[in-house]
Design a protein around this ligand. Sequence first.
Ligand code: PLP
Length: 399
Amino acid sequence: MKHTMIYADHASTTALSPAALEAMLPYFTQGYGNPSSLYAFGQQAKSDLEEARGAVARCLNAKPEEIYFTSGGTEADNWALRGVAELAALRGREGGHIITTAIEHHAVLHTAQYLEKRGYQVTYLPVDGEGLVDPAAVEAAIRPDTILISVMAANNEIGTIQPIARIGAIAKAHKILFHTDAVQAVGHIPVDVEAWNVDLLSLSGHKFGGPKGVGVLYMKKPLRLPPLIHGGGQEKGRRSGTENVPGAVGLSAALTQAVDNLPAESARLVALRDQLLDGLSRLPYTRVTGSRTDRLPGTASFVFEGVEGEALLLHLDARGICASSGSACSSASLDPSHVLLAIGLPHAIAHGSLRLSLGPDNTQADVDAMLKEIPAVVHYLREMSPVWDREAQKPTWIV
Ligand code: PLP
């Protein structure tokens, strides 16, 4: 079964790249020293950790001292938002204002809601029908008490890439800290913290061929957020806990490879992705979600009217295709995705969403197979659906 599997869910997670695996292996059984130990064996681990930090910095056009390893994207997002809020409070500006968007990942949205309960005010900016944030709306939302702007670089459900450099320029002009959740962007599109004018940037290893459970918060010097995690004082006292040396080394190896291969690999993925976008959007009562132009190279996303996303996934799974839907499986509720509602889709239509996210292992044969299987499953589900008019071959809500 497994050998015929088509994995089209790289936005969810990726396989460890061979380069990352090879780089990591020695640290489990040979170079396992604690970087905080004073003897040479520990100091070797420390120097390898610093080498990984330097490589990550080079991939982002950052300085090594600006790279802090975390347990992943979620921790980096939490730290960015809570850290800025606490910093403002320490400076006597308790209960400040935060600007973010309605389509952020829950790592940002739920942290923003947590801060709201503690007296901070949050503006959730709307997006247009393609999921784009208007930089002018960001500027218009700025208040004298605004302490942070947080806008994701690329959306995990619909792949829309935001105009981060333009928003960064606005934040800089107003001297407001700017964070971007770049978990879906890093390793997939060029990322440059200087060109983007970001103060804080989150990334996660397992989205680009690195291991799970390790990420980075980039923090522009001289900004120093108070720690989220307290303890032994690792990461210059800002992120305690014995360093995950294999994780950091694997993340840096995967990122270096992804960035080196980016031009060629993204061109290859765009060609495959566009076949999916063109082929599947030809189905009746089907539309592409997200932007056609400002879109992650590997992400194709759709809504099929008259189809239930969960049923679609299960039927695709039975045919060996791993994909994802924007529905809220993670929260065990039946609410459709906040992202699809934010781009203006009605509930009924947002339920029929599908995300196909391609990666290094996907081939033309995979795309051909998906272009055959997905229309068949969509047709099958519609024929069974109570909201599909079989006679007229259209959703019941279209009169
Ligand atoms: N932010 C975005 C945009 C994501 O897509 C994800 C993962 O799905 C995260 C944050 C969380 O990252 P992690 O899985 O490393 O905690």
